[in-house]
Ligand binder design. Structure first.
Ligand code: SF4
Ligand code: SF4
Length: 217
């Protein structure tokens, strides 16, 4: 049988315990929360990378990505070549009223065109305003944190290795061109200097040819 007043004592004990503990209540919006940099706040679009492959729209479980595009044909680079066609983005929108922040679209994008931004303050009073069009999605890119640094022991990415190789080749070609130019300049100087030296010799020779004359005189 419970002792009378024990419930009250327990309640007071809890009150006293929590009174002395540090508060965990966030005073948002007066104080901004300290979120991890990789928080899933909003999806940003880097539209320059988007090839309109439609993979994100097809994989989205909520069907909340809307993409419109048209085809553009460019003439062949050389006569007899093939015409090239490419997709041009007309509309890219995400309905954040439907989005469940699963991140599948970001995972499947093969061209690094979608990123998480930790920005979360985009509540609206009209649900229709939660559909962000491409300009707004592009603006979110400015809030995407920089990627974490690479592991120093990691293998160099193929693209970086290829870029380094190309830069080395270009530097070697430039050095070879400079050396060839310097050699040509030296050769030209010698060719010019030859006659001068000869001329000097001739002048000397002229002097020496006169000396006998002088001697004779
Ligand atoms: S996070 Fe998930 S639900 Fe939201 S747009 Fe991407 S795939 Fe769709
Ligand atoms: S998956 Fe990436 S490249 Fe393809 S349409 Fe979506 S954002 Fe664009």
């Amino acid at each position: 049988m419970p002792i009378p007043g024990s419930g009250l004592a327990k309640g007071l004990a809890v009150t006293l315990r929590t009174m002395t503990k540090k508060t965990v209540t966030a005073r948002y919006p007066d104080v901004q929360p300290e979120l991890p940099p990789r928080s899933r706040g909003v999806i940003a679009l880097f539209e320059e990378n988007c090839t309109v492959c439609m993979l994100c729209a097809r994989e989205c479980p909520d069907w909340c990505i809307y993409i419109d595009s048209h085809k553009e044909t460019t003439p062949p680079a050389a006569p007899g070549g093939r015409e090239r066609s490419r997709n041009v983005l007309d509309r890219f929108a995400i309905d954040f009223a439907l989005c469940m922040y699963c991140g599948i679209c970001i995972e499947v994008c093969p061209f690094d065109a979608l990123f998480w931004s930790p920005e979360f303050e985009y509540a609206e009073t009209d649900i229709l305003d939660l559909t962000h069009e491409r300009d707004k999605l592009r603006e979110w890119m400015w809030t995407v944190p920089a990627p974490p640094p690479l592991d120093p022991a990691a293998e160099e990415p193929k693209e970086v290795a290829a870029a380094h190789k190309a830069a080395e080749k270009a530097a070697q070609a430039a050095q070879a061109a400079r050396e060839a130019e310097a050699a040509q300049t030296d050769g030209g100087g010698q060719a010019d200097g030859g006659p001068q030296t000869d001329g000097g010799a001739r002048a000397d020779g002229g002097g020496s040819s006169e000396r006998p004359g002088e001697g004779e005189a």
